[in-house]
Design a protein around this ligand. Sequence first.
Ligand code: NAP
Length: 301
Amino acid sequence: MRAVVFSRYGDESVLELARLPEPAPADGEILVEVKAAGVNPVDWKHREGAVRNDRPFPLGLGWDVAGVVRATVPGGPAVGEPVYGMLPLPYGGAYQELAVLPASAVAPKPRRLTFAQAAAVPLAALTAWQALEAAGAGAGVRVLVHAGAGGVGHFAVQFARHLGAHVTATASAHNLDFLRRLGVDEPVDRATADPSAQGPFDIVLDTVGGPVQHASWRLLRPGGTLITLPEPLDEAHRLPGVTARRVVVAPDGGALRTIAALLDSGAVQVEVQSVLSLEQAATAHRISREGRVRGKLVLAL
Ligand SMILES: NC(=O)c1ccc[n+]([C@@H]2O[C@H](COP(=O)([O-])OP(=O)(O)OC[C@H]3O[C@@H](n4cnc5c(N)ncnc54)[C@H](OP(=O)(O)O)[C@@H]3O)[C@@H](O)[C@H]2O)c1
């Protein structure tokens, strides 16, 4: 099968299109013919060596797939069924014609979505879902989502709205109308405005890290919750009276079923900025690394 792999850590030039033997599913795993693979920042962080695993080179890439089941397990999806799902971290293997993943990590593909749109969903949407759940988001809660136009952010603002929260989100000026279309109550231009005017917040979702994480503590009301995603909490900036934790996404086929229903009903939209080919994986990594993607990038096979 064709697969994008890398044999040393480095920049995009280490990516190569190789021919590999077909992967063999282990106990509880299914084999999926990949129609599209989602691209996430963790993909290039893995390629650069910031996220590592104990497997030998060459290493596979990518955690998001949408495709058709080729081999299954008792109780798993039917052979021939269209599914979407997230491979468990830290072992990538989505930028390839065949992927193996636990049967429990997939759900039926949302019917209204193309394979490319479906591949854009799992990791980013599950991250947003699990972060809001960890923070206890619900009706009437005031939520601030940093980078609301990004992969995680655009799902987080829609899920928070769906839960009945009041949603503020930051983005660059050209993305503010996009945030309004997603139902954000208070879009904030991150270059010219300070979200503190809309605060204090019950929940702040930090999808950026660094100075954004540091500034987030003071945007919370006493008893509020800070959830950070890109990096561990910087304890030097901790303020008393605020609950704070990092959430690390985990595969969850059950949550993907619920998310599929939201996508099929039109309550939630997925934004795909571009669909590239497997041969363009290096271009996709370069664009993702620039940090300006609206929604998601996808590789179609
Ligand atoms: N812990 C976990 O399990 C987990 C899971 C998923 C993602 N993550 C991490 O979370 C981060 C976000 O992931 P993602 O997939 O949403 O990334 P992404 O789609 O690449 O994010 C792109 C967005 O970030 C915004 N942005 C860039 N720099 C910013 C800044 N300084 N301040 C505010 N917004 C900024 C851009 O908005 P504008 O163009 O509008 O400025 C752009 O829309 C990444 O570091 C990723 O690795 C962690």
